[in-house]
Ligand binder design. Structure first.
Ligand code: GUN
Length: 295
């Protein structure tokens, strides 16, 4: 079998068109342009590329974006001061602190300081708690992108066994929460595997939908995939100057029924969901939109 390639770029573009329409309607209604500020500390080249891509996606879709660039020597206190100033700035609706941060800065301290109503990454404990209770203000960008890919591709998720390989706070954990909940593109039976999981190959092989988010190049090999399974590759690894995912694409695409490529799969969806969250943050700030969490 040769798998259908799930074209994340095309699906992301389609969703962005709708978001651009919603942004235009918001601007018309309120006279306000949703504004995202990305904070980049240091010179990590991959982070610089991600932040640039986020910036250009904002500009193309009617949102304002500002990059706040700080040197690698910035202290934790200095970065906290920047975050607090952005929290207090009424012209700023979304705040994104690009990870990873330099080693001398505690990411948890910084992320905890972001105003939860401006937390477009959905990393703040309040937003993680609301997500786990099924009444979120924001959905985390990469897991939301994965869920939207499944919905747009018509993959049945309700009742399916989803195996997520990887338990990160950014992808594995929140994705598991989202897919096990009630709602469209959800109601799945979810298993989360990690580095200590016994029988990982057998568990992965029992998945109807297998999500690789472990951060190891080509970790998922054909014997870990049930024939006909849907495989979603969240990984982005640079190997000998080339981008590869967490899935050994050539072999696995012979077995799966559908698979995301790297690049051009989950990546463009993550940025799309960030645009959506920036609009949500602007709505929260300016229209006093009551969120589910507030009853
Ligand atoms: N670094 C890698 N992925 C992400 C992300 O989704 N958000 C932020 N802020 N940093 C990242």
């Amino acid at each position: 079998m040769s798998a259908k390639i799930i074209d994340g770029k095309a699906i992301a573009e389609k969703l962005r068109q709708q978001i651009a329409v919603d942004v235009a309607a918001f601007r018309e209604r309120t006279g306000i342009v949703p504004h995202l500020v990305a904070v980049l500390v240091g010179d990590d080249p991959a982070s610089a590329v991600y932040v640039r891509n986020k910036h250009s996606a904002c500009e193309k879709n009617g949102l304002r974006s500002t990059l706040h660039k700080l040197p690698a020597t910035t202290s934790q206190e200095e970065l906290l001061a920047v975050v607090r100033q952005l929290n207090d700035d009424r012209d700023v609706h979304g705040i994104l602190v690009q990870l990873p941060l330099p080693k001398h800065i505690r990411a948890d301290v910084i992320l905890d300081a972001v105003n939860p109503r401006k937390d477009v990454d959905c990393f703040h404990p309040i937003n993680v708690g609301l997500l786990s209770q099924g009444r979120p203000w924001f959905l985390p960008c990469t897991p939301h992108g994965v869920q939207q890919l499944l919905i747009e591709t018509g993959v049945p998720v309700a009742g399916a066994h989803v195996v997520v390989i990887g338990r990160s706070d950014i992808v594995g954990k929140p994705l598991a929460l989202m897919l096990m909940q009630k709602g469209p593109g959800a109601n799945a039976t979810v298993t989360v595997c990690h580095s200590q999981t016994r029988n990982l190959v057998e568990i992965a092989r029992s998945a109807d939908i297998l999500v690789a988010a472990i951060g190891q190049a080509e970790f998922v090999t054909p014997e870990m995939v049930k024939p006909g399974a849907v495989v979603i590759d969240v990984g982005i690894n640079r190997v000998a100057g080339k981008l590869v995912g967490d899935v050994a694409f050539a072999g696995v695409s012979e077995i799966a029924s559908a698979i995301t490529p790297v690049p051009g799969g989950v990546g463009p969806m993550t940025i799309t969901m960030l645009l959506k969250n920036t609009l949500t943050a602007a709505e929260l700030a300016t229209e006093g939109r009551r969120m589910k969490a507030e009853g």
